[in-house]
Design a protein. Structure first.
Length: 325
């Protein structure tokens, strides 16, 4: 089983940032309102995610670290409400690192912990802990040295972790996120209301106040596809497209169709080597979109790409026009 899990880990866990993504998704799925991420050594020596969510009962800890055990399966794969649903992340991480999972479920008066080291699962033991779950990952890839060789510098891994936390944080303004640790990649994102004003505050926290003060609000709908968010005014542009954040039904995505639509929308107001800064949220019937469920990817296939592209281009051009740009 350890070998199967290590093969799965090769798919799911590319680098420390992928671990952070999986653990933060789990914390969000558990209904947490506070999520703390701590890292050391670019996430390779330590990654710790602490949440205040629903937790895991002691007798369910062994299940949580077993392959294909998920508490989240729904009948229809399109109808995924939770972020993770494959039951692969924890066993994969446990097969290539030293993993410990400590949890105290809501209403329980005691906590318990399970550890997995290079695939070897230890018995559950009682511990002291606050409500919620702490997942600690040490020595990532110690059990697969070949994979360890592929890691970039600690700085690059740290930057990728920061990016993952920012991406998730934009989609969940009501959740407080912190990022701390010896990697000095500190983020402190207090919870804000889930309304438009709150979103703009979260955008300022994540993407900078200078961006939040130079945006046009976007709000449009066509044939059941809703678009909202903020885009930069033409005088506020970047030399690369890194600061373009897209979400489909609350999931962070990266896709050529979407970046292409932005390029098209700004075609007449930005030179080719300048890029708009955007935070855009698309909501549509989940049956009309296929968000790649491959954990390491984030591309997306719309049933009607032309509709989505037209909606984005039209909404941004309209916003530019009415603001006189
Ligand atoms: P998946 O998220 O696909 O179900 P994971 O391997 O990521 O699979 O997690 C396995 C299970 O462990 C989850 O289904 C959930 O029941 C439990 N779990 C993991 N992390 C948390 C957490 N932070 N809070 C509560 N339960 C958790
Ligand atoms: Mg998961």
């Amino acid at each position: 089983d350890t070998v199967i899990n290590q093969i799965a880990a090769g798919e799911v866990i590319e680098r420390p940032a992928s671990v952070v993504k999986e653990l933060v998704e789990n914390a969000l799925d558990a209904g947490s309102t506070r999520i703390e991420v701590a890292t050391a050594g670019g996430g390779l020596s330590l990654l710790r995610v602490t949440d205040n969510g629903g937790g895991i009962a002691p007798d369910e800890l062994p299940l949580a670290v077993s392959r294909h055990c998920t508490s989240k399966l729904t009948d229809d794969i399109h109808d995924i409400r939770s972020l993770g649903f494959r039951g692969e992340a924890l066993p994969s991480i446990g097969s290539v690192a030293r993993l410990s999972l400590r949890s105290r479920p809501e209403g329980a008066d005691s906590a318990a912990e399970i550890a997995v080291e290079g695939g070897r699962v230890s018995p559950v033991r009682p511990v002291a802990a606050n409500r919620g779950t702490t997942v600690e990952v040490r020595d990532l890839f110690f059990a697969t040295p070949a994979r360890l060789k592929f890691m970039k510098s600690e700085r690059a891994e740290t930057a990728a972790i920061t990016e993952v936390v920012k991406r998730m944080a934009l989609a969940f303004p009501e959740v407080r996120f912190t990022l701390t640790g010896s990697d000095r990649n500190t983020l402190e994102l207090p919870a804000v209301p889930a309304d438009g004003e709150g979103l703009l505050r979260r955008i300022a926290q994540v993407m900078g106040k200078d961006f939040s003060e130079n945006t046009l609000p976007i709000e449009a709908e066509r044939e059941g596809v809703a678009l909202s968010g903020h885009v930069s005014i033409p005088s506020f542009s970047r030399g690369n497209a890194m600061l373009q954040y897209f979400y489909v039904n609350g999931r962070p995505v990266r896709d050529k169709l979407l970046t292409g639509a932005i390029r098209g929308a700004y075609m007449d107001v930005l030179p080719r080597d300048r890029h708009a800064v955007v935070a855009l949220f698309i909501s549509l019937d989940p049956a009309l979109v296929d968000v790649n469920v491959h954990p390491a990817k984030a591309d997306v296939r719309f049933r009607d790409p032309g509709l989505v592209r037209g909606l984005i281009v039209g909404a941004i051009r309209h916003a530019l026009e009415i603001s006189g740009m």
